[in-house]
Design a protein around this ligand. Structure first.
Ligand SMILES: Cc1cc2nc3c(=O)[nH]c(=O)nc-3n(C[C@H](O)[C@H](O)[C@H](O)COP(=O)(O)OP(=O)(O)OC[C@H]3O[C@@H](n4cnc5c(N)ncnc54)[C@H](O)[C@@H]3O)c2cc1C
Length: 372
């Protein structure tokens, strides 16, 4: 007999799990299908940083605020460990400090704190004081170890809500209520497709029309540096990568200054995020290269650009103990939500922010899909 569900979710990355959670909380019978045995894409390759401050004002910010709340609920309910709370942005240039001050004065700055150079270094004692002109501390960010949290979240969904996981099988065709997989057919009234940056398996023609491309990122893990970070860290280059900062008028001067001083970093989309794992090692990145077909090779020159930025802030860099690349879907808008059939939603975060906005997005999609 064919298995029957209220909702089938294609993809067990964070976006698929977020939709499964939202539906399971409403009491739906849910199945999650993934071609891998467990999530192996962007969702386990990221920093695990839930970014609120710096998200584009409007829906990205709203989704991030809601997602943060859900992460905190899950930390309790599913025993997910939160490794950092808050984010320090250490400014190395007056132009960067001007962006931070402008943000602080705006709609979303009230609960953030502008720091003097001394306070910034005091916040993370290991920083190179000579390089810092000031900073901003945001209390909102959370950091999880994605490669541990994703499987744990899947187990929680199965154990608490009875969500079924069908892994190691591909979904080849969707015609509700029929879902055709490489292991046969199942039935689901509604389907949400969360394929990450796979544009060729399902709805390839539609995705071509929507003009999505892929973005490749390089990531590093550094050995325990001999100190503990009290929060996540970003630097000047990061201010150009988050819409909530990059859209401020003061960002124009920062972009010009970084263009003069850090041309190669900008050309390779390099900026700096540093977070720390439970064993003390640091996850450090990243870079951004765009295309439809991405090469699988990590460039040593790009790794060195990331490490240069790290050394500027910390004086020296510990040994690199792990390297990996990841990729995500990229497009003009932050999120792609399409309706290829009245009972199907295609949902892709196209801005590299799925860990930050996914849970809110999952709730919105499920409410909208059920209201049909
Ligand atoms: C290096 C890196 C760092 C990042 N850092 C952050 C960060 O700190 N904070 C943040 O918010 N965001 C970050 N992001 C972005 C974030 O990780 C992504 O937005 C998010 O993981 C996307 O999740 P997803 O579920 O859509 O995709 P994925 O995690 O790629 O999952 C998609 C899944 O769908 C499955 N699938 C696809 N097609 C089919 C099919 N036909 N049948 C069966 N299964 C299928 C795949 O096997 C895969 O498991 C980062 C991304 C990268 C790459």
């Amino acid at each position: 007999m064919t298995d029957t569900y209220d909702l089938a979710v294609v993809g067990s990355g964070i976006i698929g799990l977020a939709h499964a959670l939202a539906a399971a909380r409403l009491g739906l019978r849910v199945v999650v299908i993934d071609r891998d045995r467990q999530a192996n894409g962007a969702s386990i390759r990221n920093f695990g940083l839930v970014v609120v401050t710096g998200q584009e004002p409007g829906s990205s910010r709203r989704l991030a605020e809601r997602s943060r709340k859900i992460w905190l609920e899950l930390a309790n309910e599913a025993g997910l460990e939160i490794l950092h709370r808050g984010k320090l942005i250490a400014a190395q240039r007056p132009e960067a400090l001007a962006v931070l001050e402008s943000f602080k004065a705006g709609e979303h700055g009230a609960e953030c704190k502008i720091l003097t150079a001394r306070e910034t270094v005091g916040q993370l004692g290991s920083l190179n004081g000579k390089a810092i002109v000031g900073g901003l501390f945001s209390p909102f960010e959370l950091r999880v170890e994605s490669r541990e949290v994703l499987p744990r979240l899947a187990s929680f969904l199965a154990g608490r809500f009875g969500v079924a996981f069908r892994t190691g099988i591909s979904v080849n065709e969707i015609a509700p209520p029929m879902v055709e997989t490489s292991a046969g057919r199942l039935r689901a009234q509604k389907v949400v497709v969360c394929p990450g940056d796979d544009f060729s398996s399902l709805y390839p023609q539609r995705l071509r029309e929507l003009d999505v491309q892929r973005c490749k990122l390089q990531m590093l893990r550094l050995a325990y540096p001999g100190f503990r970070l009290s929060s996540a860290l970003m630097s000047d280059l990061s201010l150009l990568r988050y819409g909530g900062f990059a859209s401020l008028p003061e960002a124009v001067a920062l972009r010009a200054k970084l263009g003069e001083q850090r041309e190669a970093a900008l050309a390779n989309g390099v900026h700096l995020i540093v977070v720390q794992s439970a064993d003390g090692s640091l996850v450090v990145g990243d870079s951004h290269h765009y295309g439809l077909s991405l090469d699988p090779f990590g460039s040593e020159a790009v790794d060195q650009l990331i490490l240069d930025e790290f050394r500027t802030l910390f004086g020296k860099a510990p040994e690199v103990i792990e390297r990996w690349t990841g990729s995500y879907a990229s497009a003009k808008n932050a999120v792609l939500r399409d309706t290829p059939h009245k009972d199907v939603r295609l949902v892709i975060v196209t801005s590299g922010t799925g860990a930050s906005t996914g849970f809110g997005l999952g709730e919105e999609t499920i409410v909208e899909l059920l209201s049909q």
